[in-house]
Design a protein around this ligand. Structure first.
Ligand SMILES: Nc1ncnc2c1ncn2[C@@H]1O[C@H](COP(=O)(O)OP(=O)(O)OP(=O)(O)O)[C@@H](O)[C@H]1O
Ligand SMILES: [Mg+2]
Length: 476
């Protein structure tokens, strides 16, 4: 019997040693506490590698009050958590000690329904937290790279419709929200015509990377010129494509402009050759027409039409001449005022026809400017004519000349139809006109002339309120 008891006791001792060794060798800190007689919590156990690190083993802290050891710094925050565990809940919390971060779990131990002790375990998570933070930072970096970038970015599976991802900029390009566009997929936002050539194999071609232009169809039905740079990839284990979209509308427009101006210079060169040849016969045609008009008076309307058409031809020819021979002009000093007065005299009939009064205002002593007289007159005439034509219901056109330091400003101010903001950049483009009989060359010629004088033309305009064109010429 005694031997049995001894054996039993030995087994229990063995078991206890085993348990202690285990607890002592866990990598975290295992502790227990219970409520003492005065109501405060008392440590009954503190083991594990962390306990040794902190010098908080059972021997050193046994029976000490919790507040004395763990809670010195964070008592108000941590004590309620300890109480909660003692009330029967499992409690988890994170706290830092110095620059190390720990997570703690408190679990109540009950005896016939009452909590008699709480066992806690404290694990260091400093490294994990650090990694999480780094991961988050990288994620943020990539996200802002993709989300805030000024090109369209997308990912799509090769074998599935729609996009997996489109960035906000791309959605904007097509006028959709990101969600809407993701449902649509590339095939639905490319214009069908364009898919015929380079994109026949569709954007989901499985070959490496490629670059091609296409025209995108926006939600509102308008189109954008785009260029896509695409590469095959694997996304979440499935074959996919990732691509970048560039809006090349502006570049296309610039190319178009260049084409137009090249065309214009060719026209100019040709015109140089023919303009003179055309002018002479025109003069005789006009002369004979006047003669006929005075002799056969029964169809006056026909003559008027023929004359106005001849005038138009003459006008176009003379515009061409300006374009064609900007080289052999001689610049001299000229006074602006007499030039303007002559032009206003010329435009007077035009103005009266439109029920427009021309109001002038000149600064007292204006310096002369270096220019070729006829060219500058032509600029003034173009601007004045435009101002008059902008007021079909009549009104006043103000012509003001001022000196601002080393610049002479000639201002043409009308209260006419104005120019819509989106059309402003088009001013000065060859052949841009909104007039039935306009050539769209007036402004382009004027810009060119003023540029060659080292000056500039600025425009302020508001739709239905009027426009102000300012010619700024340097004083030499
Ligand atoms: N003062 C203005 N108010 C409103 N629109 C203007 C004004 N000046 C120019 N524009 C706009 O700019 C366009 C181009 O002007 P531009 O003088 O180059 O050609 P045009 O007047 O149409 O033709 P042309 O000068 O050969 O008779 C005009 O058709 C008009 O739409
Ligand atoms: Mg004009």
């Amino acid at each position: 019997m005694q031997a049995q008891e001894r054996d039993g006791k030995q087994a229990i001792d063995l078991y206890r040693d085993e348990l202690r060794r285990t607890i002592q060798n866990v990598h975290n800190l295992i502790f227990k506490y219970k409520r003492g007689e005065d109501g405060s919590f008392i440590f009954t156990l503190s083991e594990g590698k962390l306990a040794r690190d902190f010098g908080l083993t059972t021997e050193s802290i046994g029976q000490k009050k919790l507040q004395e050891i763990l809670l010195t710094c964070n008592e108000e925050k941590i004590l309620p958590l300890y109480e909660r565990a003692y009330a029967g809940q499992i409690v988890e919390y994170e706290a830092s000690i110095g620059d190390r971060i720990f997570t703690t779990t408190l679990a109540p131990i009950t005896d016939s329904g009452d909590v008699v002790e709480v066992v806690g375990s404290l694990t260091e998570i400093t490294e994990r937290k650090q990694m999480e933070r780094e991961l988050k930072e990288t994620e943020e970096l990539y996200r802002s790279l993709v989300e805030d970038t000024l090109v369209g970015v997308y990912i799509a599976y090769v074998n599935e419709p729609g996009f997996v991802y489109v960035n906000p900029y791309m959605a904007d390009m097509f006028g959709y929200t990101q969600e809407e566009l993701m449902k649509l997929g590339m095939d639905e936002v490319i214009l069908p015509v364009e898919t015929a050539d380079e994109t026949t194999n569709s954007h989901k071609d499985t070959s490496h990377s490629m670059r091609y232009p296409f025209r995108g169809l926006r939600k509102d039905g308008s189109t954008v010129e785009l260029e896509v740079l695409q590469k095959t990839t694997v996304y979440k284990g499935l074959p996919a494509v990732i691509g970048i979209l560039l809006d090349v509308t502006e570049r296309k427009q610039a190319e178009e402009m260049l084409r137009k101006s090249e065309m214009l210079s060719i026209i100019g060169q040709l015109a140089a050759g023919v303009a003179h040849e055309i002018r002479n016969p025109l003069t005789s045609l006009k002369g004979f027409l006047h003669l006929l008009q005075s002799r056969y008076e029964d169809k006056p309307k026909y003559y008027d039409i023929m004359l106005s058409e001849l005038n138009r031809i003459e006008h176009i020819v003379s515009e061409f001449l300006v374009l064609a021979k900007p080289h052999n002009v001689v610049f001299n000093l000229h006074d602006i005022r007499p030039m303007l007065e002559q032009i206003i005299l010329l435009a007077e009939t035009h103005a009266i026809m439109h029920d427009v009064q021309i109001v002038t205002k000149y600064d007292a002593d204006l310096p002369p400017v270096r220019c070729e007289e006829n060219q500058l007159k032509q600029v003034f005439l173009n601007l004045l004519k435009n101002a008059i034509e902008a007021m079909p219901d009549g009104g006043e056109v103000h012509v003001e000349v001022e000196r601002e330091d080393n610049v002479v400003v000639v201002r043409f101010r009308d209260h006419g139809c104005g120019i819509p903001e989106d059309r402003l950049p088009k001013l000065g483009e060859p052949f841009f006109t909104t007039k039935e009989k306009g050539t769209g060359l007036g402004l382009m010629v004027s810009y060119k002339i003023i540029n060659s004088l080292g000056g500039k033309i600025t425009v302020k305009s508001k739709e239905r309120e009027g426009s102000t064109f300012e010619v700024r010429l340097p004083v030499v």
